[in-house]
Design a protein around this ligand. Structure first.
Ligand code: CMC
Length: 430
């Protein structure tokens, strides 16, 4: 119940509006601005949504000052240690952890939806063999819409549930085919005797002429990355999925819009950019020079994998991944000089006043690429892997939005700063 309010007064006219303040279970309270335009004739401006809550959500909570992340109330550290990606996906979508029977049914149903229509395989042939995998992924995910458009009623909860199952089940298949096509390898059908992550590795890496045995250490490392990437509140790609979905668009097209947004290097594309940065640094002795460039406002270099709009503390996912990366390299007896460079870069940056004063810490992408690399996943496939995992969060957020009683199309306003009205002048008189 709202008991608090904030009064906004226009000093020029003396008009006021009383705005209710809503308290969530955690986090900053929010000022409800819906009456501001009606009472004051003004919009609010918040470029980059730095202080604007665009929705109510019960899925994920993060506290950027304290470095806390929880899904449905469960701390990410516990989920990372004890859960699986499919269980986390169930949790995001259904709100609670499943009992054994619910989980078995869920795993079964995900397996049953793992295939894609045979025609869909031909979509890949339309791309250049060296197309960036995120461009292919945006295309093939949108193409899935063409198989289920007329049969999906987004206002029917059962159809929404079925869509969520299909999205989660088909993403490994769709992603693995991008890699196979680019490498000139035949597509591989899912093998339902394998677990979700192992099956993905099988579709990615198996050779038609050889039996495929997944390395359990690699399976667990990938499972961990999928858990850590499954959802992250109202980030750019999730907000895109919600906005596209608010127009009642086909859900697969909405997920494709999320893929397009995730691609950017300020967002999910950072995992690829981190590896490129570490390659450019090449040797520990070049680190300081690179850090100086990242601090120089006249140079457009940034420390990739550093900084976050919300976290003003160590990203809790980065902490987990850093340790996992260390353990994985140890267990696989891999000597990865890039990991040494990354750790030294982190040390130098965290002692530097520029990064300290701006509260810039390593984020989830700083170490994730090193794990993907240790698992022989090509650099340009890192962001599709992120998308595979994040699709669970995207679809859970899409479902939540559609079941909200206040659901309506998203339609931001603007401050117009363009030309005033003027008359058209014929081209020969301009
Ligand atoms: N290297 C150097 N300076 C930085 C960095 C960085 N990585 N990030 C922010 N800054 C500086 C920025 O120049 C600004 O300085 P000043 O106040 O002097 O102008 C200050 O820190 C605040 O930065 P901002 O750009 O206002 O912050 P933002 O919240 O708009 O941007 C960000 C957040 C993640 C886009 C940004 O930190 C960044 O570009 N990081 C590198 C890319 C990256 O790692 N992205 C992955 C994000 S986490 C995973 C995901 O979202 O998918």
């Amino acid at each position: 119940m709202t008991t608090r309010s904030v009064t906004i007064t226009d000093n020029a006219t003396g008009k006021s509006v009383e705005c209710p303040v809503h308290e969530g279970n955690y986090g900053a309270p929010v000022i409800d601005l819906k009456n501001v335009y009606k009472e004051l004739g003004m919009f609010t401006l918040d470029i980059g949504y730095a202080s604007t809550a665009a929705c109510r959500s019960a899925i994920t909570y993060l506290d950027g000052e304290e470095g806390v992340l929880m899904h449905r109330g469960y701390p990410i550290e516990q989920l990372a240690e004890k859960s699986t990606f499919l269980e986390v996906a169930y949790l995001l979508i259904n709100g609670d952890l499943p009992n054994q029977k619910q989980f078995d049914d869920w795993v079964h149903v995900i397996k049953m939806h793992g295939m894609t229509h045979e025609h869909l395989s031909r979509f890949y042939q339309g791309y250049r063999y060296d197309a960036h995998p995120m461009s292919v992924l945006a295309g093939v995910v949108a193409a899935v819409a063409s198989y289920y458009h007329d049969t999906t009623d987004i206002y029917n909860p059962n159809d929404r549930r079925l869509t969520a199952q299909r999205v989660i089940a088909k993403m490994p298949n769709l992603v693995s085919k991008i890699y196979r096509y680019g490498s000139g390898l035949p597509f591989v059908y899912p093998d339902n005797s394998r677990g979700f992550v192992e099956n993905f590795m099988y579709m990615m890496f198996s050779w038609p002429t050889e039996p495929f045995v997944a390395n359990p250490v690699a399976v667990r490392a990938l499972e961990l990355l999928f858990i850590l990437h499954a959802d992250h509140e109202q980030n750019a790609s999730t907000s895109t999925v919600r906005l596209a979905g608010s127009a009642e668009s086909n859900p697969y097209a909405c997920i494709s819009a999320g893929v397009a947004t995730l691609w950017g290097k300020a967002h999910g594309g950072a995992n690829e950019a981190v590896i490129q940065m570490l390659q450019e640094i090449e040797k520990p002795r070049n680190i300081r020079k690179f850090v100086d460039r990242a601090k120089d406002k006249n140079d457009n270099v940034r420390l990739m994998g550093f900084g976050h709009r919300v976290y003003k503390n160590y990203d809790p996912r980065a902490k987990i991944i850093r340790k996992a990366c260390h353990d994985l390299l140890d267990e696989m007896h891999l000597n990865q000089p890039m990991f040494e460079i990354a750790m030294e870069l982190e040390r130098i940056a965290l002692e530097d006043d520029y990064f300290i004063s701006r509260k810039l810490y390593p984020n989830v992408d700083f170490y994730s690429g090193l794990i993907y690399q240790a698992l022989n996943i090509p650099t340009n496939m890192f962001t599709p892997m992120f998308a595979l995992a994040r699709s669970a969060g995207w679809i859970a957020q899409w479902m939540e939005m559609l079941s909200d009683d206040d659901f309506r199309i998203g339609r931001p306003r603007q401050l117009y700063i363009g030309a005033k009205q003027r008359d058209y002048v014929a081209i020969n008189s301009r």
